[in-house]
Write a protein that binds this ligand. Sequence first.
Ligand SMILES: [Zn+2]
Length: 186
Amino acid sequence: MGCGKTMQLLQVAFNYEERGQKVCVCKPATDTKNGSKLSTRIGPERKTDFCFTRTDNLFEIIKKDYVHVACVLVDEAQFLTPEQADQLMQVVVKLNTPVMCYGLRLNFRLQDGGFEGATRLLQLAHKIEELKTICDCGHKATLNCRFLDGELVTDGPDILIDDGTSKIEYKSICPACYYRLIEDKK
Ligand SMILES: [Zn+2]
């Protein structure tokens, strides 16, 4: 959504690998746009080690196949289930493997709040870092908004499948611009 989350993840993976350590990179299988790859707006991309569905037990998968890694990196972590957030906590405490999750804390529908997985992550995390980005107006962008054919939308499913009928974009904007766009729609 323009604040460089995936880029940050790739940088962390690079730092580990530069020191000869292995990482496990994974993401939910909900992001259809890039298949199983992680990609960034500015170019770099990388294959994931695995993609998971909402019923997968991440603790069991990591315990079985990735117990040797130095760090687990999760992209699009807002799509975790709350149970999976807890499973990642188990990875940290039972396998003694650090887990870093990159995601959004709030979905595009400002009114009904967060992604349930992200909310659980925020409750469990040992440490939370905010990646900052800037709105077109220059203020700090805190909202992740969905635009269909250039127009702000405030309703719809969490995950919108791109069927090619309209142009789907996500933009980070500030609350002031959000309310202005809502007013403009009326
Ligand atoms: Zn703004």
